[in-house]
Design a protein around this ligand. Sequence first.
Ligand code: NAD
Ligand code: AKB
Length: 320
Amino acid sequence: MIKRILLSGSNGQIGSELIEELRKIYGRSNVIGADLREPTPEILENGPYVKLDITNAHELANVIKEYKIDAIINMAAILSAVGEQNPHRAWNVNINGLINILEVSRELGVKRILNPSSIAVFGPTTPKENTPQETVLKPTSMYGITKVTGELLGEYYVRKYNLDVRGLRYPGIISYKTLPGGGTTDYAVAIFFDAIKYKHYKCFLKKDTMLPMMYMPDCLKATIDLFHADFSKLKHFTDFNIAAMSFTPEMLYNEIKKYLPEFTIEYEPDYRQQIADSWPRSIDDSLAREEWGWAPSYDMETMVEDMIKNVKIKVEKCEY
Ligand code: NAD
Ligand code: AKB
């Protein structure tokens, strides 16, 4: 039975929403948020939080002991676009931070670890359509390299130390509560805010760049369902493909235009185009469906409808 969870990276796009869902299930005081930032009164109002750098194994061990943590969900990471600007930092956080989590968990008896992966594990030589889970993994971005290494490290700890380590490959995650932290798929969030605020968006990817994407409610459901899956029944552990929808910037633009007819777009691809070109166009998630019952609820049309409604509210309240 899991009682106390440490959520590292709790201030990020996914962590800031996942923490609320976990607190509904486990109780507010039993989910400890952790991130690089000093705690603000607003953060502390919501529940326990510690300032923690996961690359510091000593600090991490102290937090696990102090709060009697028995599971860790690690959302702390450097994403693809920021990672290409500072590859060494990406390696340090995504790999040295992760190995600290695995080692400290093994030493202190943490029962379960969930560490997300990404479609960035795939590279230019991977089949692009309906990409299977088991396929060529030769990414060209530092972020992708750290994500493949992270999957393999997790599996190593399962085999070698019998540790319960799980993970899933998120596609680009779309949400409105916390802005994304520097990825290649971030355009699919920024476009909504600019459409509503300025009626114009300058896109950093080409109009026909098809990428796999997912709406946040499905991302949270997948994460919590895999976290709760019966580990003894899993045949795979750290590398589940999950999918919901795939679209290009032009397809998304046309869908948003149905709600905002004056909306215009221009395309000015930058260094992120090369990263996007190395990723799949669509994903085969049949193993997640088979092994732990994964199924998404949102497609592009229902996601856009919900995003427009909620981003309008945010913009009206001047929250962005
Ligand atoms: P994010 O960038 O929004 O948040 C990451 C958080 O980690 C930030 O709050 C940051 O301050 C924190 N952090 C960075 N370095 C840290 C350190 N050394 N110690 C403690 N905290 C640190 O990222 P996200 O989008 O929420 O992603 C969460 C996880 O999901 C990551 O593993 C990411 O690779 C994965 N993922 C995300 C997406 C997506 O589209 N959001 C897609 C695929 C995979
Ligand atoms: C990124 O673009 O870096 C992330 C991801 C797909 O891992 N959104």
